[in-house]
Design a protein around this ligand. Sequence first.
Ligand SMILES: Cc1cc2nc3c(=O)[nH]c(=O)nc-3n(C[C@H](O)[C@H](O)[C@H](O)COP(=O)(O)O)c2cc1C
Length: 198
Amino acid sequence: MSLPMSENQGAAIAASLRALWSPVLAITTCHGGVQNGQIAVAGLNASILSDAPRVLLELWKSNYTHDLVLASGMCALHLLPDGPAPALARSLDLVRRLGLRSGRAGPKLDGLAWQVGVTGAPILADALSAVELRIVRTLDADEATIFLADVVGGVALATGTPLTMRALRTAMPAADLAAWDAQNIEQRARARAMRGFA
Ligand SMILES: Cc1cc2nc3c(=O)[nH]c(=O)nc-3n(C[C@H](O)[C@H](O)[C@H](O)COP(=O)(O)O)c2cc1C
């Protein structure tokens, strides 16, 4: 089913949904000795209990990280710094390495500083913070899987403000923006097919 709507309605819905994006997240995981990671903007605090915290994460099925998280049942979620300038440059590098190509094409964490967390997931040294997750439930969302996870560890790595999608798009070099937009076109085509749209 596709939603029939006017241009005005379409713009209003798009603006509302953009406001629901989370800060920019680096998601890492490890399965069968393979470490990988991706960028996501779909993470949410999922429990009222601060002593038993939970997170919801939405990962697209076409991503290699999705398959590794599903298989291993664990991952780490990182917030990335929006500044100062050297830290922002490292965030942009992480987005380029993790978010603009797939680990199916080759290792992505080579050359990055990281150590193994309590779940076995790589903890990225250039992040603002990391939270480690064990998946407790999944929901098949056609083109994505929604993961409900218990928080099983966490570490603060730096001080600062988390990078947002808006700030990322402002700071990203033009070549990376073009690569991101091209990737989005492909991801949307795959999502439409998985949803059964023509
Ligand atoms: C800014 C940005 C936001 C993204 N948001 C998401 C997201 O919310 N969920 C998702 O599954 N992929 C998202 N992606 C796409 C993945 O990060 C990207 O497809 C990545 O190359 C997947 O790598 P993998 O195949 O090694 O897992 C985003 C990418 C960028 C650059």
